[in-house]
Design a protein around this ligand. Structure first.
Ligand code: SF4
Length: 521
């Protein structure tokens, strides 16, 4: 019985930007007695059905964006006679779909790290159960990934998760409902071991793939202090302390190691935290700006963000502490107006953002927005390829609408066109070249331009373009740009590197100081 794990994707680029962490974590959860699992990340290359044999186990992890392709893979595997097991956020929300459309033998709901071994044991006995409840595991149960199974020269960034869950409750986001609002933070020891393993292999760019790297804000602490008996205060202080401990230990890694994470804008109010990030070389952060207007932020339950001039100030604060911001904006909120697009493009330029993404409001399953939208669509009889709009992830990619929630003053096409216009403006060669001043040498500036264009091709043109010719062209461009970009991110392997013991210890790394950054972000 061989175990296959598949990360489905309807487009393959040959090179991936970030390692799909779940694939390597589940590989780690696979007992060695079954041999090394066969790992297929379809963002690199599509699955080969000829390698799947009767009696094998095929584990497929899906989110709503790749569910349709996942179901295709499931049916292929089932035809080969394999046990087909679905997991991932989408499966937890819609387990029945995997049986009806994906040829599932079983589904895993919740975290798979612990329950996966039981699933495999049942498959081996021929007694697979239809549903396995993985629940929400505790931080000390999170498994380190099997990075030794990663194909060489395939990914630009490695990924490590330091905390799961987010205390916020944004209406467009499912994280707080699926991963929970209690931050489950991993201990710095296990994190450092995994990060050092990756650095030994030559990864010097590592994404801290967290739901929210800043789970305790200064305001949270203030509120906890005001509570009678302060029941939550020490818990929050401990969480915060652990963040600082982790960052202090990251700071001891070889100086060319660079991290990137996701964080809420409130961190801009916390200079101590930003300073620790700078020392830890957390050089980039995705910050969910979402909307530049107060009404827009209220509409999505994100009024802890700033708007207007104070928003520009807050975003610039990150940069002043050496943290480059990838600002994420949403278009199509009911409060948006035609002039919102122009205002957002201007703000993105003024706020010293290094990268930006402009996404169209999409009701993601598992979110509050989705619930509301689903209710409002009860009387809508539209069907595309036999599916209602409220099951849009099942509609074939080419027929899928780009905008789902009707807007009070703009048509779907206007929102799409204006969104594409903002991407075009932010990623024009002139704007990219201006932003490339954030790195020093000409070579680094050229590298910055290359990466900006790759980002644009992978995430904008392939998603927003309406005509398939433009979409296909974008994929070909991305495939072409990906290889040279990969080389820019690779560092020299450091097989001798030891895990730093603690802030007070001698730094235990061996490094050629000339092996410094190509792209010194
Ligand atoms: S969008 Fe970010 S801050 Fe809001 S709930 Fe999701 S992870 Fe938390």
């Amino acid at each position: 019985m061989r175990v296959h794990l598949v990360n489905p994707s309807h487009v393959s680029f040959g090179v991936g930007v970030i390692t799909p962490r779940w694939l390597y974590v589940l590989a780690s959860a696979t007992p060695r007695s079954y041999g090394d699992p066969v790992l297929v990340d379809e963002t690199l290359a599509p699955v080969n059905g000829a390698e799947i044999r009767a009696g094998d186990v095929v584990g497929i992890g899906i989110h709503s964006g790749n569910a349709l392709r996942g179901y295709e893979v499931g049916r292929i595997a089932r035809e080969c006679g394999a046990h087909v097991i679905f997991g991932g956020i989408h499966t937890s929300l819609y387990p029945q779909e995997a049986f009806e459309l994906g040829g599932a033998s079983a589904v895993v709901k919740g975290d798979g790290d612990v329950v996966w071994a039981s699933v495999l044991a049942d498959c081996a006995k021929g007694a697979v159960q239809p549903v396995y409840e993985g629940g929400r595991i505790e931080p000390d149960q999170f498994l380190p990934a099997r990075w030794d199974l990663m194909p060489p020269d395939s990914y630009m960034w490695a990924s490590v998760q330091t905390v799961r869950g987010c205390p916020k409750h944004c209406s467009f986001c499912s994280v707080w409902r699926t991963d929970g609002q209690r931050p489950r933070q991993r201990a710095s020891d296990v994190l450092l071991q995994e990060i050092v393993e990756l650095r030994r292999m030559g990864f010097r760019f590592i994404a801290l793939a967290d739901d929210n790297f800043y789970p305790v804000t200064l305001e949270d602490l203030e509120l906890a202090k005001r509570q009678v008996g302060q029941p939550r205060l020490s818990q929050l202080q401990d969480l915060r302390e652990e963040r600082f401990e982790l960052m202090a230990r990251l700071a001891e890694l070889p100086p060319d190691t660079v991290f990137y994470t996701q964080i809420t804008m409130e961190a801009a109010e916390d200079p101590e935290f930003l300073e620790a990030m700078r020392k830890a070389r957390i050089r980039g952060a995705l910050v969910g700006v979402e909307s530049v207007t107060r009404e827009g932020l209220k509409a999505i339950h994100k009024d802890f963000n700033s708007d207007g001039l104070s928003l520009v100030d807050r975003l610039r604060t990150f940069r002043q502490h050496g943290v480059h911001v990838l600002g994420s904006f949403i278009f199509g909120l009911p409060t948006d107006r035609p002039e919102t697009f122009e205002a957002t493009a201007t703000l993105a330029a003024e706020a010293d953002l290094t990268f930006a993404q402009f996404v169209m409001l999409t009701p993601f399953p598992g979110t509050v927005d989705f619930q509301r939208w689903e209710k409002s669509m009860e009387s809508d009889s539209t069907r595309i390829a036999g599916f209602p709009l409220t099951r849009y992830w099942l509609i074939p990619q080419a027929l899928r609408p780009k905008v789902y929630m009707s807007h009070p003053v703009m048509s779907d096409e206007e929102i799409r066109r204006r969104t594409q216009g903002v991407w075009d403006r932010f990623y024009s060669l002139q704007s990219i070249w201006k932003r490339s001043r954030c790195v020093k040498s000409l070579r680094s500036r050229l590298a910055f331009a290359l990466i900006s264009k790759l980002y644009r091709q992978m995430y904008a043109n392939t998603g927003i373009a309406t005509d398939s010719a433009r979409g296909n062209r974008a994929v070909r461009w991305a495939q072409w740009l990906a290889k040279p970009c990969l080389r820019l991110f690779q560092g020299r392997p450091m097989p001798e590197l030891q895990v730093p013991v603690g802030a007070s210890e001698q730094v235990a790394w061996t490094s050629d100081k000339k092996d410094s950054t190509l792209v010194s972000l």
